[in-house]
Design a protein. Structure first.
Length: 529
């Protein structure tokens, strides 16, 4: 390789790592505020009929959020938009306008439908709420308040996809932080305002979602104009490229429908176990989503843009190199995250949520759910990387079919065991189905890209897993023997941070002791220098 080519490769790798880092930093800020939001919610409302009503109501617009926003839509739009913009910028700007218009119309109609049929939707998702008029009425009101959020978050996801393709990563990833900030302020200040007007204080959560969605969209728009990429009015709205995007979204609809059937069943099963189960699962899942959101989403978002760009240009080796880097980095950061969070599950729940209306008994139940979710953490990371890759390869049906099969297995698993083992089996079923999903995707990617088996499992991956086990054993021992729940809050935070640093050092030392120093140094020099 020539010196010029080597320098170009290093610049390419530097750009990739920097984009990943920018997204990680911004997303970290968002997730921290997300945890603060859950803390405020737990302190104000605990795990009660109010939080159960909100969580069920918020799930209803989220049924389609996965389709029109962060999930299927982003995976379908970015590869097509990348292909168009590399050929004709004007056409790409017209595609932007076409898709924005179609999203506004389609999600607007659906939002109106959600408002009209809110009572029926609540009855479908949580029939047990009908036993409590307060809970049922609150859930219906929350559904109607949050219905427009679908439109707002869909347009925000579109703008984010455009900006990422234009290599703007930081602000789109930071936008959810503003959403969380608005929600925190709403939950903290609005309840007393609402009570004075004879309105339920729980409506503050729904209003926070609505106002937060507005901010998350608006905060990104100036960067479109900064990049001089405002949308151009197309000759017709339903262009061929727009049809292609929504055609892929249509394929994804099947998988989303199966996913929502799964969520519907697990929600019904959770509401049928014990009061608070929906909230315990939600609090646990929020904490579980912290490493997924900060690390996996950042890695996957950067991979989707760079892999799609290289693949569309016919640079297959470069594209596979990006995929390999994303896969390795995902394991490198998520395995220690799994080990640390699993060993520190109870202290984490205790410190983050246990205050106000959130009781020690809620901590115990949420900890149990969190541990079940954490078993699937590395597979969630791989899924975030692998699933969008199929869209870039023009194989969107593959992840959909795999997801449908895995969801079916999860439903059978949960229906069979939830009565015997309790609500936490729903979290375990989610983790196991994700494991099966990733294994199936790996097999098919191996065939499509002609990848060696060592791509997915090699000595380095094995060492990372061994290091993760060592971290868990060490940290679990320290937590069991030294973490004192009766200490003042600031002292508990201090010891918690010390244990976390100890875990990080244990992970680093474990890798170094297995001879990974030279390999890690080589990896860093290749990707960053």
């Amino acid at each position: 390789m020539t010196i010029k080519g080597e320098r170009g490769r290093k610049r390419m790798n530097l750009s990739y790592v920097l984009s990943m880092a920018k997204m990680a930093i911004a997303t970290f800020s968002s997730r921290v505020l997300g945890l603060v939001r859950e803390q405020v919610m737990a302190a104000m409302f605990g795990a009660s009929i109010v939080t159960d009503a909100f969580n069920v109501a918020f799930r209803i617009p989220n049924v389609l959020r996965d389709l029109f926003a962060e999930g299927v839509f982003s995976s379908a739009f970015v590869p097509i938009f990348t292909d168009v913009i590399t050929k004709d910028e004007k056409k790409a700007r017209q595609l932007f306008a076409s898709v924005a218009t179609l999203l506004l119309i389609s999600t607007g109609i659906i939002s109106i439908g959600i408002i009209i049929f809110a009572p029926e939707l609540v009855s479908l998702y949580a029939s047990s709420f009908e036993k409590s008029q307060e809970q049922y009425s609150l859930a219906v009101q929350l559904v109607r308040i949050m219905a427009p959020f679908l439109t707002l978050i869909s347009l925000a996801a579109l703008v984010m996809g455009v900006l990422n393709t234009l290599k703007v990563f930081f602000m789109p990833s930071l936008a959810p932080a503003f959403f969380n900030l608005v929600m925190i302020l709403s939950i903290w200040f609005l309840p007393s305002f609402l009570e004075k007007r004879d309105l339920h204080p729980g409506l503050s959560m729904g209003l926070g979602v609505l106002f937060g969605g507005v901010i998350q969209l608006v905060i990104q728009i100036p960067f479109i104009y900064y990049k001089n990429f405002r949308p151009l009015k197309p000759g017709k709205i339903l262009t061929d490229d727009a049809k292609k995007v929504f055609g892929r979204v249509g394929i994804g609809t099947i998988g989303i429908a199966a996913t929502q059937i799964n969520i519907l069943i697990t929600t019904i099963l959770a509401t049928g176990t014990v009061v608070g189960a929906v909230s315990w699962l939600n609090y646990a899942f929020r904490l579980f989503q912290f490493p997924v959101g900060v690390l996996s989403v950042s890695i996957a978002g950067s991979n989707l843009v760079h892999f799609s760009e290289s693949w569309k240009k016919g640079e297959k080796e470069k594209a596979i190199s990006f995929l390999k880097t994303s896969y390795l980095v995902s394991f490198l950061v998520l395995i220690p995250s799994l080990a640390l969070l699993y060993a520190m599950a109870k202290p984490s729940i205790h410190l983050i949520f246990e205050r106000g209306a959130f009781l020690p008994s809620d901590t115990v139940q949420s900890t149990l759910a969190l541990k079940m979710y954490l078993l699937g953490l590395p597979f969630y990371g791989c899924y975030k990387v692998f699933a969008p890759t199929f869209y870039a390869l023009d194989k969107p049906r593959i992840p959909v079919v795999i997801s449908m099969v895995c969801i079916g297995l999860n439903v059978i698993f949960c229906l069979t065991l939830v009565d015997r083992f309790g609500f936490h089996i729903l979290a375990l079923g989610t983790s196991l189905s994700m494991c099966v999903n990733v294994v199936c995707q790996s097999v098919l990617l191996k065939r499509l890209l002609n990848l060696p088996l060592s791509f997915f499992f090699n000595l380095r991956i094995f060492k990372i897993m061994v290091a993760g086990v060592m971290v868990y054993l060490a940290v679990n021992w320290v937590v069991h023997d030294f973490f004192d729940y009766s200490l003042p809050f600031l002292w508990k935070i201090f010891y918690f941070c010390l244990i976390g640093i100890f875990g990080f050092l244990a992970y680093t030392f474990s890798l170094l002791s297995m001879g990974e120093y030279s390999e890690l140094k080589k990896f860093i020099s290749k990707r960053v220098l």
